[in-house]
Write a protein that binds this ligand. Structure first.
Ligand code: PLP
Length: 377
């Protein structure tokens, strides 16, 4: 099966008993046992639920893994993965990881004597220098938020192998339609399914996929023990979202390419960050390890006043956090998603007050460009 066919026909489709074409929402907590201690595959819905199982099966197939796990949010998924660690372990992470991952690492996991180093993972030498004898996980995001920095998956795998680390990739920005980290040897791929996989700004969810049976057993044990599972209704929304993930990503990326080119040529824009642009520092690498460049664009208009002007004028870009849905969104990282990072550090990273982030949707491209045109004068 090719990618889009897999999204429609992969995993468990429909319901054998009734012929229903859509997997039913099994709104159920417990299951009748034929004999004490014997069950039919399901015993209690924290441990396993048929709707969630259908989702976990299809995401595993889409990521070329063998086992999938659905969680109540992206953060719950990330936390479950971090629960593989023991007190005293150390993690190396991409320096511009998602803010929630930064918060979990520095304000929650640190209380359990888990230590961390943040490095620019687009520089493999910096990664190797940060690895300590007690490092157990190399945690990367590629491309990153909001500057779309690209990290070399092959090189990270080499380092992980050499130092016996689990390579964990947050694939939220790329989606399995565009990038398959397990094919590069990653041990764990995870998602905030709230974003592109759900795709309609109507569900908060997280997914984890692995291809190793032992690791799968450990993740399932944590999922069942800690219990941050995704409910059947939300699992069903993701099953529905996945059917159009390929179509949406194609439409989104087509729009994103045109908008990035438009912004790049605009006199009031000082810098554009999009891996699809030839001058982007990660362009060559992104072209090699991914089947596309995604739908996230950042651009600089020079000052917070000018950024405010754009925000107040756009009609089709909704001012909101989050990303990856059918509707286009706009945000100011310095005052929203990245506000907790000190200004000096932000400027160092390139997250200036005039930086605007766009999550491109599936609207008509003419409307989106006309909208940005009138907002940028
Ligand atoms: C949103 C996001 C998360 C967190 O996911 P939630 O579903 O909001 O808990 C993690 N990583 C990335 C890259 C994200 O964009």
């Amino acid at each position: 099966m090719r990618r889009k066919t897999k999204m429609v026909h992969g995993g468990i489709t429909g319901d054998e008993r009734t012929g229903a074409v859509s997997v039913p929402i099994y709104q159920v907590s417990t299951y009748k046992q034929p004999e004490a201690g014997k069950h039919t595959g399901y015993e209690y819905s924290r441990t396993g639920n048929p709707t969630r199982h259908a989702l976990e099966t299809v995401i595993a197939e889409l990521e070329n893994g063998t086992h999938g796990f659905a969680f109540a949010s992206g953060m719950a998924a990330i936390n479950a993965v971090m629960m593989l660690l023991k007190a005293g372990d150390h993690v190396v992470l991409t320096d511009d990881v998602y803010g929630g991952t930064y918060r979990l690492t520095t304000k929650v996991l640190n209380h359990m004597n888990l230590t961390h180093s943040f490095v620019d993972t687009s520089d493999p030498n910096a990664v190797e220098k940060a690895i300590q004898p007690n490092t157990k996980i190399l945690y990367i995001e590629t491309p990153t938020n909001p500057l779309l920095k690209v990290t070399d998956l092959n090189k990270m795998k080499q380092l992980a192998e050499k130092h016996d680390l689990l390579l964990v990739v947050d694939n939220t920005f790329a989606t399995p339609y565009i990038q398959l980290p397990l094919d590069f040897g990653a041990d764990i791929v995870l998602h905030s399914a709230t974003k592109y996989i759900g795709g309609h700004s109507d569900v908060v969810a997280g997914l984890v996929v692995v291809q190793d049976d032992q690791l799968a057993e450990r993740i399932h044990f944590i999922q069942n023990s800690a219990g941050a599972i995704l409910g059947p209704q939300d699992s069903w929304l993701l099953l529905r979202g996945i059917k159009t993930l390929g179509l949406r990503m194609e439409a989104i990326e087509k729009n994103a390419n045109k908008i990035a080119t438009f912004l790049d040529q605009h006199e009031n824009v000082t810098k554009v960050y999009y891996p699809g642009l030839k001058q982007h520092h990660g362009h060559v690498l992104a072209s090699k390890q991914a089947a596309g460049y995604g739908g996230m664009i950042a651009f600089d208009v020079g000052s917070s006043e000018k950024a405010d002007q754009v925000l107040s004028k756009v009609k089709y870009f909704t001012l909101a956090e989050s990303l990856g849905a059918v509707e286009s969104l706009i945000s100011i990282p310095a005052r929203m998603t990245h506000a907790s990072i000190p200004k000096d550090r932000r400027e160092e990273l390139g997250i200036t007050d005039g930086l605007i982030r766009l999550s491109i949707g599936i609207e008509d491209i003419e409307d989106l460009i006309e909208d940005l045109s009138q907002a940028l004068v």
